[in-house]
Design a protein around this ligand. Structure first.
Ligand code: ADP
Ligand code: MG
Length: 579
């Protein structure tokens, strides 16, 4: 007799109350404080979604799994609890997998729960409905992957998934639930006992005192110290400690994109607007939850000045991050709250602020850069260019610092990151480590649901296309999301042509597209704007009303550069073809 047959054979205890796989999954999630699930319904998880909703879990249904997955991932970033994405088997699972891989790359805690087809048929490759060995496919793309075959193991399976997602370096976890599992029956009391409430899912990781002493020695000897705050520092929710570290040490800091607002970008010690000088001329750099990956030029090259001019200290929860690109002279392994708190204790025993000329150099550079940018942001031109449109949005966020800014695109991303100052932690959500397009509407939905704050999604017209259908989701759940499309008729610019004259150029879209009409189709508000003043008024109206709104902002098709700020990553052909 198989284990499954045993579970459904209830003749011996016909009176005993029973439970099943559906209920055990729901109970396990609820027991662990999961309040919201993002997903797309279908075989075999349609009833699971319905039952979750009936049991009080909020279920947000999307139009495509990748967007649901991105929503779950950013919910994880915002809350430090794993964001849950629920999908159907094979194709739905694969759609969600992109988001799971992206979450893992970004260190966001997320669990992708996918229904799957019958193991016996899948393993013999006999051609089941949506046949696919999902567990094997997920494994290399996430932090951990589990499959549950018996109802009695659901509690343990969910517990392992949660702990794997949030402990240590957070990341994506895959949980495979075969269709048969949901209707497996077991004794309700035994079922309840099988559930596991995860205790201390992300335990504090205290740094070694010797590592703290070593780091402080390096900082004390520095003439031109710099702190780089990364999104790990934002994730850690140790906001007061991070602010104290900067202010008590007097060390200037540069925030990575999603760490903007951890301290207000207008802070006197912010060297964000003097980033190049700060990276190039510093002598000791303290990385706080930031990796020395491509976004920081791997810690070497022109960006970092003379070879050998830099000593790096790194705070990270992942020991293997140390020395990943260059030598780390003072590794501090632990969670950011514990590490920063230990550094502050050490500094309290004696500390001298860094030399005044270094602070002054950065301040002067920053003021010069800000002054150079200012006139570009104030032009009330039509058609708008990126700067004049962003100037308007910069004011919006200044006036509404608790709004959440979602941002993707090429020029729309790179320029917005520099222009729009952030004032509060975890208010800027963007393309992250991969620089991936398509996070926009998923992030916007989850940001609205998880925080209850207004969301401003600033989207390139191309970037928006990857998740644009979710405007229906935004309208359906009546979320306070205002989308602004920077519409320059194309990818990078709207001016490309097909040299043969046959087709449109590869990077252009329909000229004069009216994305605002998409929102109207679902009962939201659509507005078309051509000047920064109109743009500002339309966003203010959207934010005041809280109504789902899409603003089509007409941008000069000739504005924008290839690949935004990272055009140098494009390979160039060296072959000259004869005509
Ligand atoms: P950014 O792109 O902003 O530089 P990264 O994603 O490169 O940020 O780096 C984030 C780093 O933060 C990762 O190396 C991750 O291990 C680390 N991290 C995440 N959460 C914590 C935490 N609670 N404590 C310490 N380090 C953390
Ligand atoms: Mg564009």
């Amino acid at each position: 007799m198989s284990a499954v047959a045993h579970l459904v054979d209830t003749s011996a205890s016909a009176e005993a109350e029973q439970t099943d796989g559906f209920h055990l999954v729901i109970d396990a999630l609820k027991l662990n404080g999961i309040e919201t699930i993002y997903g797309v319904p279908g075989i075999p998880i349609t009833d699971l979604g319905r039952m979750c909703q009936a049991e009080g879990i909020r279920v947000v249904s999307f139009r495509h799994e990748q967007n649901a997955g991105n929503a779950a991932a950013i919910a994880g970033f915002l809350t430090k609890k794993p964001g849950i994405c629920l999908t159907v088997s094979a194709p739905g699972f694969l759609n969600g997998l992109t988001a799971l891989a992206n979450a893992t790359t970004n260190c966001f805690p997320m669990i992708l729960i996918s229904g799957s087809s019958e193991r016996e048929i899948v393993d013999l490759q006999q051609g089941d409905y949506e046949e696919m060995d999902q567990l094997a496919i997920a494994k290399p793309l996430c932090k951990a992957a589990f499959r549950v075959l018996h109802a009695a193991d659901i509690g343990i399976g969910v517990a392992r998934a949660i702990r794997a997602a949030v402990s240590g370096r957070p990341g994506g976890v895959y949980l495979d639930l075969p269709a048969k599992l949901f209707s497996q029956v077991m004794d309700a009391e035994a079922g309840a006992k099988s559930l596991v409430k995860v205790i201390d899912a992300a335990p504090a990781q205290i740094p070694a005192p010797s590592a703290i002493t070593r780091a402080l020695e390096e900082l004390k000897n520095a003439k031109r110290p710099l702190i780089v705050l990364g999104k790990g520092a934002a994730y850690a929710q140790a906001d007061d400690l991070v602010r104290d570290l900067v202010e008590k040490s007097g060390i200037p800091y540069v925030p990575m994109s999603m760490a903007k607002g951890l301290l207000p970008d207008t802070h006197p010690l912010s060297a964000g607007a003097a980033r190049s000088t700060a990276l190039k001329d510093s002598d000791v750099v303290l990385l706080v939850g930031a990796r020395l990956n491509w976004l920081l030029s791997h810690g070497k090259g022109k960006t970092w000045g003379e070879p050998g001019s830099k000593r790096f200290i790194q705070i990270d929860i992942e020991p293997r991050e140390m020395d990943s690109n260059v030598e780390i002279v003072a590794p501090v392994v632990g969670d950011i709250g514990s590490c920063v708190s230990a550094l502050l204790d050490g500094m309290a025993k004696g500390w001298t602020a860094p030399p005044a000329d270094w602070i002054e150099t950065l301040r002067t550079k920053r003021e010069a850069n800000v002054a150079k940018m200012a006139p570009k942001l104030m032009k009330n031109t039509s058609p708008m260019d990126f700067h004049s449109a962003l100037g308007a949005l910069r004011t919006v966020i200044k006036e509404r610092p608790d709004a959440i800014l979602v941002n993707e695109g090429a020029n729309t991303l790179d320029l917005a990151r520099g222009v729009i100052d952030m004032y509060q932690p975890r208010k800027r959500l963007d393309v992250g480590t991969w620089g991936v397009m398509g996070i926009g509407m998923g992030f916007a939905v989850a940001a609205a649901i998880e925080t209850g704050k207004p969301v401003l999604a600033v989207e390139g017209d191309s970037a928006f296309g990857f998740s644009g259908m979710e405007v229906e989701t935004i309208c359906r759940y009546n979320l306070p999301v205002c989308i602004v499309i920077f519409n320059n008729n194309g990818i990078y610019r709207g001016t490309d042509t097909d040299p043969t004259g046959r087709d449109p150029g590869t990077t252009v879209f329909v000229p004069g597209s009216r994305y605002d009409k998409m929102m109207e189709a679902f009962g939201g508000v659509g507005v078309n704007v051509t000047t920064p003043d109109e743009l500002k008024r339309a966003v203010d109206a959207a934010m005041d009303s809280g109504k789902p709104t899409l603003i089509n902002a007409e941008i000069d098709p000739a504005a924008g550069s290839e690949s935004g700020n990272i055009g140098s990553l494009n390979p160039q052909s060296v072959v000259k073809k004869k005509k």
